[in-house]
Structure formats: C-alpha cells, structure tokens
Design a protein around this ligand. Sequence first.
Ligand SMILES: Cc1ncc(COP(=O)(O)O)c(C=O)c1O
Length: 396
Amino acid sequence: MNQVFNHRLKADLETLREAGTFKHLRHITTPMDAVVHMAEAGDAIVLSSNNYLGLADNPRVVEAGIDGLRRYGAGTASVRFICGTLDIHRRVEQRIAEFVGTENSLTYVSCWAANTGLIPTIAVQGTAIVSDELNHASIIDGARMATQAQRLRYKHADMADLEAKLAGLAPDMTKFIISDGVFSMKGDLAKLPEIVALAKRYNAVTIVDDSHGTGVTGRTGRGTIEHYGLTGQVDIITGTLGKALGGAAGGFVAGTDDLIETLIQKSRPQLFSNALPATVACSALAAIDELDAHPELLATQRENIAYFRAGLKRLGYKPLEGESAIIPIIVGETAFAIQMSDELLKRGVFVTGFGYPVVPEGTARIRVQMSAALTREHLDRALAAFNEVGKSLGII
Ligand SMILES: Cc1ncc(COP(=O)(O)O)c(C=O)c1O
C-alpha cells in the first residue's frame, strides 16, 4: 500500500470521527422485518428501512426468489445484449410497465444504475436538463455524466423558478424536467400537476424517479403519478425494486417502446454491466402480485403513518409535514442526530440520523420510515423510546 495515500485516508477518517459524523455499519443477523437482530445491539424495532409494505420477508416473495434461483441459477454471467436476457426479464419488465402505466420498461441492477444509465443516454448535445435541487444523488450524478447537455437546477419544489429556467431555454431545444416523486430526505411529494402543466407549456419531457413512491403512494400503490391522477401523462418513470417491492435490489426505466429500445441499444450499464439476477426479478414479480392481492398492506401502512405522526406530535416533536411514509424530524447538527439515533438504539429502536453531506449543514435529521410490518405494539414501544430520548437530550 502506498503509505502517503494510506496516511491521507486515515487522516480523513479521523476528521469524521472527531466531528462525530463517522458512520458505523450495524450487522443484522435476521431478515429485514419489523424487528431485526443486530450483532452489535441485539433486537431492535426497525424505523429506518424502505421495507414499506413488509414484503422483504414475505414468504411468497422469498419462495419466488428461491424458485428463480433453482430455475435460472445464480446469474446470467453476461450483460443483457450478449447472452444475459432471460424470459423472466421480459415478464418482470412487462409487469412493471403495466403497473406504472407505460408501454414498456427495462430493468437495471439498481435505480442508481437506471438513472445514471438513462440520463446521459438521452440528454445529448442540444438538450437541457432542468432538475430539482433536492433530487436524489443518482439523478445528480446522471446529470453530471451528461456532459454535452445544458444543466440547470431549480429551487426545490419552486414552480416559478422551474418556469423561469424553462423560459430561458431556446424553444427548439429538447428539455428534460427531472424530479423525484417522493423526496427522500423531506418526504414531500413533487408538485407533479404543475410540473406536467409546465412541461406541456414549454414542450418539455418529464422524468419522475418514483423510488420512494412505487408500491406505496397512490390509491393502489402505483406511485406518485397515480396519487395525482396523472397516469399516462409523465413521459419517463424510473424506480427501484429495492424498497417497497421486495427490497432486494434492482431498478427500472419505464416509458415508450422507442425509449426502451434506445436504452437497450445505447445505455452504458445495459451494454457493460450484468443483467438483473433472476432471483430478484422473480421476487419483484411476486411482490407486485402480493401488493395487488393484499390492499390491506397499503391500508395498514397508511394507518401506521397517521398513528406515528400523531404520536410524535403528542410528545412535542415537530416532524416535517407530509403525507408519505418518510417522517423526518430536523434536529440541527449531524453529531446530534447520530447521538440521538445511538440513544434510540440503546432502547431497542433502530432509526438513522442523517447529516451533512446527505442533507444541508445544520439540518441534520432523524428520518423515520413507516412500514406495514409494524404493529401498534411496535409503534407504542418506539414512541416510548422517542419520549425518553427526546427528554434526556432536551429537544422535547
Ligand atoms: C429517489 C431515489 N432514486 C434512486 C435511489 C437508488 O435506488 P437503488 O437502491 O435501487 O439504487 C434511491 C435510493 O435511495 C432513491 O431514494
């Protein structure tokens, strides 16, 4: 090892430790569920996973993955266009397209890969990307990779700023408006009706990354677009299979047949990276079936959101307002958020503190995420821990 380089790494890590912002990995020894066992901390109620519907440990979803492993083996050992396309890819892609209301879809090994595969492929010379400033890092990085495109950021959810940015672009330019559907650090929903209206006015293409909405938001869990009654009116949807829909991994781009064909031909992760494992495709298919067969999962999850929000407010917390499963409590400094998360874990509640650079400096937060897997008893125990910790740290 190069000693100078290693010394620099050590010094950087020491800076994080001194600032109290060093992240410790916790090792879970059981499946993701309402309660997990952690090697470092014993049993804990999970309030920080994206397992919104509790499908990560659903027996049908797990069995479907095992069946996929038996039928297709461990993997394709190939990218899609060489010899890595299985019939199960076509099935899951058709099902995803049907689910979100587009002509077609294409899977990637993650939504990170989907966003960074999509954006530079379509945002070429003569195009512009107009992106919400709080969009997910994979959108930001995807836009950075689109080196030939003009790149603009509008203030978070500020439609006047979005319009000003669109109005400043040449009329004949292809413009892409990109937004998260549900913003991961605030839990608010994108103002899609206004975004779609502006896109029509300025002849722009809309792209919504609905990773936190897919499977959870909207009357039947079809996502933020369904929530607003805009099915069919957003041009391109990206999303993950790694949250509500089984939680394993995998992402997708959904849109027209021509878009999907373009991505198959040109998108670099499609050309140079392995296909989605069959196990994940099979589990995701089963997860969508479970969601459709059990609307009570969505109902439970929504009741849990309302119950926990109300409980936090009763204790004196002021979570950011919103209707999604993401309930953030702003606490200020990163070290404080980490300390609060540690104190909650000592009381058997696993909820993560997020700080700079994930969120702006001074706005560190505890991010609660609500799952249908949680029972009232879990929620009451968690609220009791929030009460104790909030009082001992003097924030309620
Ligand atoms: C909005 C958004 N897009 C993309 C991703 C990345 O998804 P994946 O884990 O499938 O790469 C996430 C995950 O945190 C997300 O919240």
